[in-house]
Design a protein around this ligand. Structure first.
Ligand code: 13P
Length: 259
């Protein structure tokens, strides 16, 4: 059985000292839970030190960056390249998070270029897609999601299956003002995303991990995790303390009977 994925995006939170404390706490907590694959996505400035801490503890915890430029180097002030992240030994590159789309002009096209660059450099792109509330209200969520997914995966080949992950995060469900999505809605959308992947890649489309994120918490985590086409949870606020993350791991519980 594929390992169920569980990870957290720290966004622009935590000092380095806080991040190191968190990492030490979490590596201890996750040690007995080998049925899950865990990841954390800290700010860039923490990555070297946190990588050292994970390595020193011989932990399976995976490490991600919150963004990446698609070029190896160049005149792009303020950007970080794949070569720089590869030096650190980063596993995952989060791409297209709704906050990057909303505040930093990230587009479907740049997400595609970054996805291709991440794959080329041996990272696992974690491609985030999600509809706005207005899309949901006007019943065009699926159209919006299909567009985001298809553009992000343009020129991504079946050979890369297993090397990229998709996170569905409805924008209206994310963050302090987010409204947790109803489980049947998540089920419907994940089934729809799966059908797009199967149309695109044939039966192998079933092997693309589909994570759900947006106000995942201790009360809804297991309901989401039990859905057939939910292969992981991508968590923000509710996993920003190791003990809170642990409570979600315990709430998700045993998934060995999941079909
Ligand atoms: P919240 O869990 O805080 O809603 O954030 C989710 C998220 O944005 C993960 O990338």
């Amino acid at each position: 059985m594929k390992k169920f994925l569980m990870g957290t995006n720290w966004k622009m939170n935590k000092t380095l000292a806080e991040g190191l404390d968190y990492t030490t706490g979490l590596t201890t907590i996750i040690a007995p839970y080998s049925q899950f694959e865990f990841f954390i996505i800290p700010p860039y400035t923490h990555l070297w030190k946190i990588k050292e801490a994970i390595t020193a503890q011989k932990s399976p915890l995976k490490l991600g960056a919150q963004n990446m430029h698609q070029q190896d180097s160049g005149q792009f002030t303020g950007e970080i390249s794949p070569v720089m992240l590869a030096e650190i030994g980063i596993d995952i590159i989060e791409l297209g998070h709704s906050e990057r789309r909303q505040y930093f002009n990230e587009t479907d096209q740049t997400v595609n270029l970054k996805t291709l660059a991440a794959l080329k450099h041996g990272f696992t792109p974690l491609i985030c897609i999600g509809e706005q509330l207005v899309d949901k209200d006007y019943h065009v969520s699926k159209e919006m999601l299909a567009k985001q997914l298809k553009i992000a995966l343009n020129d991504v080949l079946a050979d890369d299956i297993g090397n990229f992950w998709i996170a569905y995060e409805p924008v209206w469900a994310i963050g302090v003002n987010g409204i947790p999505a109803e489980t049947p809605y998540v089920e419907e959308i994940h089934n729809f995303l799966r059908s797009i992947l199967i149309d695109r890649y044939g039966a192998r489309g079933a092997d693309v991990p589909l994570l759900f994120g947006g106000s995942v918490n201790i009360n809804n985590a297991r309901d989401y995790a039990l859905l057939k086409n939910v292969d992981g949870l991508f968590i923000g606020r509710s996993a920003w303390e190791p003990d809170l993350f642990k409570a979600i791991i315990v709430a998700v519980g045993d998934l060995s009977n999941k079909v």
